[in-house]
Design a protein around this ligand. Structure first.
Ligand code: NAP
Length: 258
């Protein structure tokens, strides 16, 4: 299927690795010009080179997307994006008894307010141009909270609630807003969370990973490319009737009927 977005422009936040990178690669494969970003220059340049070697167009912006200057740098590189993929690193696990106000502010800044600011900076232009696709990378924890990830559960639920309110106001102008909720995908972030689980349970990371993958209905972790492909479809010209949705990609781990 031709997704109908060749020549469109995208800002893909936090995209030198993992899920953000996979989204950038799939969009670039569809002919979208992508602006990618991360705080460390080396892996970001390597990702931009990989996209270009595969025939895509990529501009790399080294920045912290959670800082106002970082978001301004992204908009400077791509002033009129057609597509915005909101993403940032996830907050650390822990016990809520140990979190101070500053820990909450950091999590809310990274996983709620950063996305809201970027939406504010781009959505009116998209509506004027009669095309826009906004995808927030959140977490399956929005639907089924993970106890040790309370900072993530809280901040991402806030973003999801806000977006539910505006997704219905923009779709008449062909601007959609949806959430993609990853379950376990094989990325550095997953390895990091598994390391914490392994330590707590006195196992090796390999044992913890094997057990977690085996317990998923799919019997495996997700491949980031599968995530990128779902993202590219939601950003496509064909997906203009899908808005305000939160789509879980978790191999069937969420046990509900709906
Ligand atoms: P990852 O493999 O660790 O990649 C994170 C990417 O984001 C890197 O490119 C990193 O580069 C960049 N980044 C992080 N903070 C940034 C910032 N402040 N500004 C700009 N770039 C930043 O993580 P992932 O697995 O793709 O996860 C992406 C998101 O999905 C996270 O919020 C994570 O919590 C969530 N999630 C992931 C899973 C999973 O199984 N993988 C499951 C549920 C939710 P730099 O470090 O160089 O900045």
């Amino acid at each position: 299927m031709d997704l109908g977005i060749a020549g469109r422009k995208a800002i893909v936040c936090a995209s030198s690795k993992g899920l953000g990178r996979a989204c950038a690669e799939q969009l670039a494969a569809e002919g979208v010009k992508v602006v990618i970003s991360a705080r460390s220059a080396g892996p970001l340049e390597a990702t931009a080179d990989a996209i270009r070697s595969a025939g895509g167009e990529a501009v790399a912006v080294v920045c912290d997307v959670t800082a106002p200057e970082g978001r301004a740098a992204l908009l400077e590189a791509c002033p009129d994006p057609d597509i915005l993929i909101n993403n940032a690193g996830g907050p650390p696990p822990g016990d809520f008894r140990n979190w101070a106000r500053d820990d909450w502010i950091k999590a809310i800044d990274a996983n709620m307010l950063t996305a809201i600011e970027l939406i504010k900076m781009t959505v009116d232009g998209m509506m004027q141009r009669r095309f826009g696709r906004i995808v927030n990378i959140t977490s399956a924890a929005v639907k089924a909270p993970i106890d040790v990830l309370g900072l993530s559960n809280g901040a991402r639920a806030g973003l999801t609630g806000f977006c539910a309110g505006i997704a219905r106001q923009t779709v008449r102008r062909n601007v959609t807003l949806n959430g993609l909720l990853p379950g376990p995908f094989d990325t550095d972030r997953l390895t990091g969370t598994l390391a914490a689980v392994a330590k707590k349970q006195g196992k090796s990371i390999e044992e913890a990973a094997e057990e977690r993958a085996k317990n998923n209905p799919a019997g495996r972790f997700g491949d980031p490319a599968e995530f990128g492909q779902a993202c590219a479809f939601l950003c496509s010209a064909k997906a203009g009737f899908i808005t305000g949705q939160n789509i879980v990609l978790d191999g069937g781990a969420f046990p509900g009927t709906l």
